[in-house]
Design a protein. Structure first.
Length: 402
């Protein structure tokens, strides 16, 4: 399998800090996260500048994002975008700030107020004004291309963001919640490509974890929906990512890799697509090729998805670096303790280190957290195709009593 070249992320130019939620209720955290994520994607596609999503305070911590200095870490940044979001009854208020990351000089700020069900207008307004303020020239055609990622229906966009807020938990209940949100979005806008793409992902997860589904063959349904998303709007990176994700679950890794490459061609700093290219290399027995790609994904998304760390840990395990595998697995579990793979690979890594008692204890934890877990059944749908890696993993899990 040809290697996916690691992206050249020299010195990121723009960092987007997750927006701060000022409302007493944390119910609207999905709005703040959605604004920051989509803003980063739009800026990346339109400006040809590297864009990084910075680390922010975890949702449970309440309000407050990390400072731009902390968010940028050691990277040499040029601009920092941050903001606050507040919902007051039926009104939504968003304050946005642009600062020079070197001089810390305030460059621009603006306030947007709209009906609470019209976040879409706020999102488009922020992107448009930032493009006017930044020293860049972006044509109308390019702006319209990015606008097509969205939907013309504000309520559909809100339902989509609600789905995005829960699908990453990788739990059966959350997956069903997300599916319901994406379906509501599509009821309002049947041409919303991103909603088709993420609806496909929910069915792929049904297949992966053998969850009860509302269709007989969820992986086939996932493929149909992902292909629909690509045909609806071939300029949408998430559509190609979703199709790649689905094909990876079907173990069609060369095809999946091609779809992920299409996604990063549309958005060069699409961290999720780079991360899954790394995953494909591990599935295919090329863990050494995965490391630079996965590390680049983490640089692009400084907040770091839990599964980014878990994918990095897999590569380290198969390369024999058990210490780094443990470090990354513990970080993945701290960020999302409910995903089976992180704990499964933790048990395998402990077994590889010869810490059999700890490995067996972790095996018991897995059975407690995921009743009915069976390693052989889990391996049946795990997308790894390399025979040597599969034998190694099965042997380690057996040592852990799984």
């Amino acid at each position: 399998m040809p290697s996916a070249p690691a992206p050249v992320v020299e010195t990121p130019t723009i960092v987007v800090v997750p927006f701060e939620t000022l409302s007493d209720s944390q119910e609207y955290g999905y709005l703040a996260r959605g604004i920051a994520a989509d803003l980063a994607t739009d800026l990346s596609r339109l400006t040809q500048l590297a864009v990084v999503v910075a680390a922010g305070a975890p949702p449970a911590a309440g309000v407050g994002a990390t400072s731009p200095a902390a968010a940028s870490d050691s990277e040499q940044l040029r601009y920092v975008v941050s903001g606050t979001l507040q919902r007051d009854g039926q009104r939504l208020r968003v304050n946005v700030r642009l600062a020079d990351a070197v001089s810390r000089r305030h460059l621009w700020s603006d306030r947007y107020e709209a009906a609470a069900d019209d976040l879409l207008a706020v999102q488009k307004g922020i992107v448009s004004r930032l493009l006017d303020v930044l020293p860049l020239k972006v044509g109308d055609a390019a702006r319209e291309s990015v606008a097509r990622r969205y939907t013309r229906n504000p309520a559909a966009y809100d339902y989509f963001l609600r789905g995005q807020g829960v699908v990453a938990a990788r739990g059966r209940h959350e997956n069903e919640q997300a599916r319901a949100m994406y379906r509501k979005a599509l009821d309002l806008d049947p041409t919303f490509a991103r909603a088709y793409a993420m609806l496909a992902v929910t069915y792929a997860l049904d297949h992966r974890y053998r969850w009860p589904s509302d269709v007989e063959r969820p992986i086939d349904r996932a493929a149909e929906l992902a292909k629909t998303a690509c045909s609806m709007n071939s300029d949408t990176p998430e559509a190609w990512w979703a199709l790649g994700f689905v094909q990876a679950q079907r173990r069609l890794h060369d095809e999946a890799l091609g779809h992920f490459r299409q996604a990063v061609a549309l958005n060069p700093t699409y961290a999720e697509a780079w991360a899954y290219m790394g995953a494909i290399h591990v599935f295919s027995g090329e863990a050494d090729k995965a490391l630079p790609v996965l590390r680049a994904a983490l640089r692009m998304h400084a907040e770091g998805r839990a599964y980014f760390y878990e994918l990095l840990a897999r590569a380290h395990l198969f390369l024999g670096d058990h210490e780094l595998a443990l470090i990354n697995l513990r970080e993945a579990i701290a960020r999302n303790p409910t995903v089976p793979e992180a704990r499964i690979f933790l048990a395998a890594t402990l077994a590889a280190r010869g810490e059999i008692d700890l490995a067996r204890w972790e095996g018991e934890e897995i059975r407690t957290l995921f009743p009915g877990f069976d390693a052989r059944t889990w391996l049946d749908t795990f997308p790894m195709t390399d025979p040597g890696y599969r034998r190694q993993l099965a042997g380690l899990l057996a040592k852990a009593g799984l």
